[in-house]
Design a protein around this ligand. Structure first.
Ligand code: ASP
Ligand code: MG
Length: 437
């Protein structure tokens, strides 16, 4: 059975919901994971913010606005008066629950219960629509099987056991519907998998039921071979290896939540990225196969700070790098890129919250220089070192660009460069011309 996840924009209006219902209604059994309708989670966060600030009137006004928006969607989505009435009754319960928090103390616990309403509403509405269309679907309440442990990591055994129990209870359903994003924590409280977490739900659900394929439906045709905001005529990449996709996810391919594909990868389940607006487009298939020796895509990560520590003490010494890394660790700052020489080391960070303290400590070990406003350019593909010549090709494309750091050898799937932000657009375009034209 395939798992299909539809994101907030894919179910963002009544018309879109109808499209999704049509798209999935092909007679094969499937498990559908839905996000909240777009804008809803943000709206719920805003409501919570008013509650935190003890502005009950502000919160209630915002709740009314959201409920009105949903009333309009209900009117458009359903054709029969009975369905409209039923939807309004169901949603009133959700909105009343949100409103009830105006009478209690407001903490993170209450906020999480409020945030869960977005997905609870979208799935209830969608199921009711399917029912009106004569499609039989079974609700799998995410709060009954999706659980995180004490470290906020998914409890995969619990998830698999309880989800499969629910599936066995209704084996003949055409369709199963569940909520993305929401879960319970170790204490049984309502919690979530962090913003954008519905992809993660899909991946966990897919792994739990040993699905044949996980489909992530969004509003673009898969992962592109370069950033369409800076480069014209970018194209979707048809096939990517899990490792290639993971690199791109970190480097800002917004389409995929970085941690999301891990459960799929561990269970070796292919992940297909598809476009709700263009359902027949092939999208991107992420699996354990890659195209031999091929450079697939280029991505950039902004707001990078490079720090160089130069010291005669590093020469032939052991333990120098450990001391340097410990400083970053003690200031809770992770390092992205590293390059070394006999007398120094350069590292990059993207979180500069503790930069001043880091620099103070580093100065005990050597000369420290900082380059701000840099960008990591990451070239991704099937790039083992036996693939002779790809480094030359990539560096050749960048021959006009000042390059501050070069990093290859950490994985067989990427080579990265650190350049100045002002050179980013030129670098991305030069790479597209040299690698993909
Ligand atoms: N609704 C949640 C969010 O907006 C989860 C998701 O859409 O993936 O973050
Ligand atoms: Mg989303």
């Amino acid at each position: 059975m395939k798992v299909l996840k539809f994101g907030g924009t894919s179910v963002g209006t009544a018309a879109r919901m109808k499209d999704v219902a049509q798209l999935i209604n092909d007679g094969t059994q499937k498990l559908i994971v839905l996000s909240a309708m777009s804008g809803t989670t943000n709206g719920l966060i805003e409501i919570s913010d008013y509650f935190y600030k003890n502005n009950q009137a502000g919160a209630l006004e915002r709740v009314n606005m959201l409920e009105q928006k949903y009333d309009a969607i209900i009117d458009e989505l359903y054709s029969s008066e009975d369905s409209k009435k039923e939807a309004k009754k169901q949603l009133s319960a959700n909105f009343d629950l949100i409103r009830s928090h105006s009478k209690s103390v407001f903490t993170l616990f209450e906020e999480k219960a409020i945030l869960a309403q977005g997905e609870l509403i979208s799935t209830a509405m969608f199921q009711l629509y399917l029912k009106e269309q004569g499609i039989n679907s079974v609700h799998l309440p995410a709060l009954d099987f999706m659980r995180i442990d004490k470290n906020a990591e998914p409890d995969t055994l619990f998830i698999a056991e309880n989800l499969n129990k629910l599936l066995t209870a209704s084996p003949d359903a055409e369709m199963y519907i569940t909520q993305g994003f929401i879960c319970r924590n170790f204490y049984g409280e309502i919690d979530n998998l962090q913003r954008g977490g519905s992809d993660y739900t899909a991946s966990l659900v897919g792994a739990a039921i040993k699905s044949e394929e996980i489909q992530i439906w969004t509003d673009i045709n898969g992962i592109h071979n370069n950033d369409p905001r800076y480069v014209e005529n970018t194209k979707p990449v048809p096939v990517l290896h899990f490792e290639e996709a993971a690199e791109l996810a970190y480097f800002g391919a917004k389409i995929l939540h970085p941690t999301c594909i891990l459960p799929a990868k561990l269970s070796n389940i292919p992940v297909r990225l598809l476009n709700t607006m263009e359902p027949t487009a092939p999208g991107t298939l992420i699996s354990t196969t890659s195209k031999k020796g091929k450079i697939e895509s280029v991505a950039a990560k902004d707001n990078i700070t490079a720090i160089k520590i130069k010291s005669g003490r590093m020469l032939l010494a052991y333990g120098f790098l450990r001391k340097i890394f410990e400083i970053f660790e003690s200031h809770h700052t992770s390092i992205d890129m590293i390059t070394t020489s006999e007398v120094g080391v350069s590292v990059t960070i993207d979180n500069t919250k503790n930069l001043d303290n880091i620099l103070n400590d580093l100065k005990k070990f050597g000369m420290v220089t900082v380059d701000r406003n840099m960008v990591i350019i990451c070239v991704v593909g099937d790039l083992p070192f036996e693939n002779v010549g790809f480094q030359a090709k990539v560096i050749g494309a960048l021959k006009q660009i000042p390059i501050r750091m070069i990093s290859y050898g950490g994985s067989n799937y990427n080579i990265s460069f650190l350049i100045r932000a002002e050179d980013k657009k030129e670098a991305l375009n030069a790479l597209s011309r040299a690698l993909f034209d």
